[in-house]
Structure formats: C-alpha cells, structure tokens
Design a binder for this molecule. Structure first.
Ligand code: GRF
Length: 206
C-alpha cells in the first residue's frame, strides 16, 4: 500500500533580511529600526553600522545593541569613489541585502549605486520632491508650507531624487517653532522607515 500524500508542512523558516546601515549623526533612525526588529515588526538583522564621523552618536547606539560599528572616516580617503569602495567592501563582507542610509551625510558615487542596484534606501525630512538637499526642515518652515513630512526613497545619484517608497505627511501648526516641526517629523520617520524596509523587502522577495 502506498503511503498517503501529505500536504506540505508550512515552513517555519522566515528569511531574515540582512541590513547594512550608514549613519553620520545621532542615529535615532538606526535605533528605531533596531527596535522594530526587536519587537518583531521587521524580520531583519542589522549586520553592521558604518559611520564616518568619529563622534557620531550612532556608534554608541549600535554598540548598545551589540551591532558591529565600523568607522570609515571620509577624511582618510582621497576621493568619493575611494570612500565608496571601502564602504562596499565592508557591506559585502557582512552580506548586506539592503543598505539603509540613516542620516548619512556624504554624497555618493555611481560605484556605490552599482554595487547595490535598487538596494539602497534613504530617508529625507520633507515630502519629496519638495525641499531636496540639506536643511529641508528649515526650507519648508521658512517657506510657510502648511504640510511637510518625510520620505523614504531609493538612492539615486542626483540627491533626493530616487523612486519614492513611502511618505508621511506632518502638519505645520501656526505656533510651531522649528524644533516642534523637527520633533514631529522625526516621530514619523521612526514609524515609516522600518515599515518601508519591511514592505520593500517583501516586494523584492528578500
Ligand atoms: C533624519 O532627519 C533624516 O531624515 C536625515 O537625517 C536625519 C538623521 O537623523 N536624512 P538620525 O541620525 O537618524 O537621528
């Protein structure tokens, strides 16, 4: 008698997305992503944090969570391309599936984009395509717009011009000071960045 054909058991394996994070400053987005991983919202692992400013607080946040933090000081490289090659080398060593820019304040070259095509995400504190570049929050505030926000997008060579993955709108209230708007935008960044990573990884079947 032949044995019955059983339905395939559901796989217990859930793939873990390997992230490499680039940060230059405080690292609050890094921490938000780390917490989303810890609470199961994001099935991922941050394999490495690369930071370029020796005193970046992002380094301490990484270490607090036991994530390897590697300093790649841009001042030690003679060109943007040389810097990007050093970054690629580390990201490949750590098998990054996605590269997450979380306050990375260096202009990138095509070399980095080509090494991770459509695999580099960035977050920007405005509703792109409005207010690209630095001081985006100040630009929106000074302009007097009534709604600003934040945008997760794919990295492109032209600054803040890649395909938009997710946005959150943030109102600017009449009595707001710049700091009020900054705080309100960061709250939204910390919500949408982990969500955008999870959604994009799903779309890519990572
Ligand atoms: C964020 O506001 C992000 O939009 C911009 O840089 C800032 C980084 O903040 N690209 P943090 O280092 O994650 O706290």
């Amino acid at each position: 008698m032949s044995s019955p054909v059983l339905p395939e058991a559901p796989s217990l394996h859930q793939s873990i997305i390997v992230l490499g994070v680039l940060a230059s400053g405080s690292g609050s987005n890094l921490e938000a992503i780390t917490k989303a991983i810890a609470n199961g919202q994001l099935q991922a692992k941050i394999a490495v944090v690369i930071y370029n400013e020796p005193d970046a607080f992002a380094k301490q946040r990484a270490q607090k969570f036991g994530i390897p933090a590697i300093l790649i000081n841009h001042r030690d490289y003679k060109s943007r391309k040389a810097l990007d090659l050093a970054i690629i080398n580390i990201l490949k060593q750590y098998n990054a599936d996605l590269v997450i820019m979380a306050g990375w304040m260096r202009i990138v070259t095509q070399v980095l984009i080509d090494a991770f095509p459509e695999r580099i995400l960035n977050i920007h504190p405005s509703l792109l395509p409005s207010f690209k570049g630095i001081h985006a929050i100040e630009q929106a505030f000074d302009y007097g717009v009534k709604i600003s926000g934040c945008t997760v997008h794919l990295l492109s060579l032209e600054v803040d011009s890649g395909k938009i993955l997710k946005q959150s709108a943030v109102p600017i209230l009449d009595n707001d000071k710049l700091e009020d708007l900054q705080k309100r935008i960061q709250v939204q960044e910390h919500i949408i960045y982990p969500e955008a990573i999870a959604e994009y990884a799903l779309k890519l079947s990572l």
